[in-house]
Design a protein around this ligand. Structure first.
Ligand code: HEC
Length: 109
């Protein structure tokens, strides 16, 4: 009995590490997609209204460093209060995973 519990909790502890990529996609869908769109292109009502940049362009991807993206996700945008700070809602790992996820939006040239 005890060993079974031990095994179960070990499995539960490992679970988050296994599916990072999926986690980031799910997180994006849940928390970011409404404004930034499923593909980061911000073809949404909020995107249009707030002129959210298209994250798929090579120019945007090049202009924004990982550190800058991470900073906006953690602390919100100083230009637009609609982009809120997520540091109290997401873990450091989740924010890092979202930065990597945003990199996958880059359009193929
Ligand atoms: C309520 C709408 C909204 C939601 C939800 C939202 N954002 Fe934003 N986001 C914005 C707006 C508006 C901007 C543009 C801010 C500006 O002009 O500086 C922005 C900007 C950003 C930027 C910086 C873009 C740049 O060019 O500097 C990043 C990175 C970002 N968001 C990531 C995220 C992530 C990750 C999530 C989900 C955890 C998220 N956003 C959720 C509205 C939103």
């Amino acid at each position: 009995m005890t060993s079974r519990w031990y095994l179960l909790s070990a499995l539960l502890l490992c679970a988050p590490a296994v599916s990072h990529a999926e986690d980031a996609a799910a997180l994006w869908d849940k928390s970011c997609k409404n404004c930034h769109g499923p593909d980061g292109r911000a073809q949404t009502r909020m995107g249009q209204k707030e002129s959210i940049p298209d994250m798929s362009t090579a120019a945007w991807q090049k202009a924004e460093s990982d550190a800058e993206l991470r900073q906006v996700i953690a602390n919100g945008s100083s230009h637009n209060p609609k982009m809120k700070a997520y540091k109290d809602r997401l873990t450091a790992e989740q924010m890092d995973a979202l930065v990597r996820y945003i990199r996958t939006f880059k359009a193929k040239e």
